[in-house]
Write a protein that binds this ligand. Structure first.
Ligand SMILES: NC(=O)c1ccc[n+]([C@@H]2O[C@H](COP(=O)([O-])OP(=O)(O)OC[C@H]3O[C@@H](n4cnc5c(N)ncnc54)[C@H](OP(=O)(O)O)[C@@H]3O)[C@@H](O)[C@H]2O)c1
Length: 290
């Protein structure tokens, strides 16, 4: 990994003892349609991952369920042996069925299997960060996470996991996890138009815990808002750039993992997230999801 010619916007954050760039990359879009099977353009997918490293990105988000086992193997093929600075964050707690659904797999033996598959597919002896994904496709669902989270804590004790996080979780579940073991991040759905975690973000910021929004650009349904388009056209920028720049300004503990299968979009996003926003722009954007 050569030194990037332009620093990434947002600087760095520390996940436990791991320093990562706040501008990261989410690998989900590299699998085939509906996040199933291999990519249509295998070499193109490898090129995106290598470009992420070239840009200086040191935080890649993935999961064994992507493909399944497709994005992890692409990451290994593109970037192994990994540069010391690069940190891969994965998640466990769901698998895939033949219809492309995401059924839960949170029994201790299922989590153990998932951790071992991630290690094997990524070519690692220990995983930097593992998020326990709970809830379902509709979003977070209430209920105790103690049993699955304790199973991951046991794998951490065995040295297979460095740091833990939770994903798709309610504020109560985040609090419950923290009574069991320290967490370094929470990965939930959040973007300009979906602001239900505003309070949680501020609380985690006070505690030094990262908040990693998934679907920062709207996910499978791109963000659309007339206020967003108005700010973007005034700044001569794309709505995607404005949405990412707003997230970086929203709170210092927010880490970005926008997904893309395109080298051009990756470069555009890395540059766009650094777009300067005035107090007036921020106030207008703030009104979108409130
Ligand atoms: N914890 C969870 O339950 C969970 C759930 C979902 C996702 N995630 C993680 O979050 C990451 C981000 O989520 P995501 O990828 O689903 O959604 P996203 O980042 O909100 O949006 C990705 C979509 O935006 C498009 N896009 C990206 N940059 C663009 C640009 N500059 N111009 C136009 N279109 C652009 C991509 O298409 P192109 O490929 O054409 O660029 C893709 O369709 C994932 O990669 C995954 O790692 C986690």
């Amino acid at each position: 990994m050569s030194a990037p010619s332009v620093p990434l916007p947002g600087g760095t954050w520390t996940l436990g003892d791991l320093t990562v760039t706040r501008f990261g990359y989410g690998a989900m879009q590299l699998a085939g349609p509906n996040v199933m099977g291999p990519p249509a353009d295998h070499d193109g997918a490898l090129a995106v991952l290598r470009e992420a490293a070239e840009l200086g990105i040191t935080h890649i988000d993935t999961a064994g369920a992507y493909g399944p086992r497709v994005t992890n193997r692409l990451i290994r093929e593109a970037l192994h042996p990994y540069p010391d600075a690069l940190h891969i964050v994965t998640k466990v707690g769901a698998v895939r069925d033949e219809q492309g659904g995401w059924p839960p797999a949170r029994r201790p033996e299922e989590l153990r299997r998932a951790v071992h598959e991630n290690l094997q597919d990524l070519g690692l002896d220990a995983l930097d960060v593992v998020n326990l994904r709970i809830g379902d496709a509709q979003g977070p669902q209430s209920g105790s996470l103690a049993e699955p989270f304790e199973a991951l804590v046991e794998l951490q004790r065995q040295g297979l996991i460095r740091h833990l996080g939770v994903s798709n979780a309610t504020a109560e579940q985040v609090a419950e996890a923290r009574t069991i073991a320290p967490i370094v991040c929470v990965q939930n759905m959040y973007n300009l138009a979906h602001r239900q975690d505003d309070e949680l973000i501020d609380e985690l910021a006070r505690e030094g815990i990262a908040y990693v929004p998934f679907f920062p650009l709207g996910g499978f349904t791109p963000l659309q808002s007339s206020a967003l388009s108005a700010v973007a056209s005034r700044l001569n920028a794309t709505p995607m750039s404005v949405a990412l720049a707003w997230l970086l300004r929203r709170s210092p503990n927010i880490l970005l993992i926008p997904g893309t299968s395109s080298v051009a979009h990756l470069r555009e996003n890395a540059a766009g997230a650094g777009l300067p926003l005035s107090a007036e722009d921020l106030a207008e954007l703030d009104g979108i999801g409130r």
